[in-house]
Write a protein that binds this ligand. Structure first.
Ligand code: 13P
Ligand code: SF4
Length: 343
């Protein structure tokens, strides 16, 4: 595409936030990314939390964790550049071992993935023998390898409902567990490991873990009430990693792609997204006729490490490669593929 044409396209989307000089720089970076992508037989997968320029101008596919896993499974390219965080790139490697999987920045972790180890899962299994283990996709490969089935925000309730028996271990997000428990009509407990046993008579159907997303845990029901007081006509959407009081107080609670669909398909006087702030930037750029309140924006410190510039460096230098030991990959693959079969 002509440089001039790309500049016009970029200005239409980003002209309100970026200076002409910044746009010119981005045009050059995008052109170089496209050239290298073809040369390396590479594909770029962009998670919904990426900056608009990555999603609109260089990603071959965009989506939530579930959609990008499905794409990674069948993409068949020499190189996958994953514009997202490490557990997502690892999942792509688990599903597409023949591809070289790259992530553009080091240290793009996730507080949920850091909250639990493979040893923790083995301890839980020993304490609750025979109970199936569901893990959120926001975990590392060695944790996935210890579990029966994965889930994402987009299919968590369906995965839990797909299991035989009425009790599941659901790891590691405390709030997602509470939200799924509510939507599937289950009672959830969070066992302590300080030597005390839980009341054996207690009736429970879900066993959770106290991991939290460092972005979504910061939203409160009080903020929702305060915003509604100021803007009674606001339509509020939240991610299910938010506290349950928030999930209950908003108009829609769902994963990133579900939120995007709802915003695209509805027409409310104004919207507020209680999730990673880049998503509102992206939607505001795509739909300039809709009003997005921006006063609760929080960026994920891991997602924001990925930029257009380091995506170019990833392709140029073929860095940073994400690998998974084969023995772990094969066990993790079972849990991920079982999730993909749930639909
Ligand atoms: P989604 O699967 O909804 O895209 O969420 C991923 C994530 O990390 C949310 O914080
Ligand atoms: Fe992890 Fe939260 Fe960042 Fe998502 S937003 S990657 S759950 S820390």
């Amino acid at each position: 595409m002509e440089t001039r044409q790309r500049f016009i396209e970029m200005s239409a989307l980003l002209g309100r936030t970026d200076s002409p000089e910044a746009l010119e720089r981005k045009v050059r970076v995008v052109a170089e990314i496209k050239r290298l992508k073809a040369e390396r037989n590479a594909v770029i997968l962009g998670h919904n939390y990426m900056e608009t320029a990555i999603l609109e101008f260089v990603s071959d596919y965009t989506g939530d964790s579930l959609e990008l896993s499905r794409i990674a499974a069948g993409v068949g390219r020499d190189v996958i550049v994953f514009c997202g965080v490490e557990f997502m790139a690892e999942t792509a490697k688990i599903l597409s071992p023949a591809s070289k999987v790259l992530i553009p920045a080091r240290g793009a972790g996730c507080s949920l993935a850091e909250s639990i180890t493979a040893d923790d899962v083995r301890t839980l299994r020993a304490r609750f023998p025979g109970v199936p283990v569901v893990t959120y996709i926001n975990t590392y490969a060695d944790v996935k390898a210890e579990t029966d089935i994965c889930c994402t925000s987009g299919n968590a309730a369906a995965v839990v409902n797909s299991l035989k028996g009425d009790t599941v271990i659901f790891l590691p997000d405390e709030f997602l567990a509470r939200n799924v428990a509510r939507s599937t009509g289950r009672h959830v407990i969070f066992p302590s490991f300080d030597g005390e046993r839980d009341d054996p008579e207690l009736d429970f159907q879900m066993i959770g873990w106290k991991g939290r997303c460092e972005v979504h845990e910061r939203y409160t029901a009080e903020q929702v009430r305060e915003i509604r007081g100021r803007y009674p006509d606001v339509f509020i959407l939240a991610h299910p990693e938010c506290p349950p009081e928030v999930a209950e107080a908003v108009d829609f609670c769902g994963g990133t792609s579900a939120m995007i669909r709802v915003v695209r398909e509805t027409r409310h006087p104004r919207y507020l997204l209680l999730t990673e702030a880049a998503m509102a930037d992206y939607l505001a750029a795509e739909m300039p006729d809709k009003v997005f309140l921006r006063d609760r924006g929080i960026r994920c410190p891991h997602m924001e490490k990925i930029t257009l510039e380091n995506t170019l460096e990833a392709l140029r230098l073929l860095r940073y490669e994400v690998t998974v030991p084969e023995e772990i990959r094969l066990r993790a693959l079972r849990a991920v593929e079982r999730m993909l079969r749930v639909g």
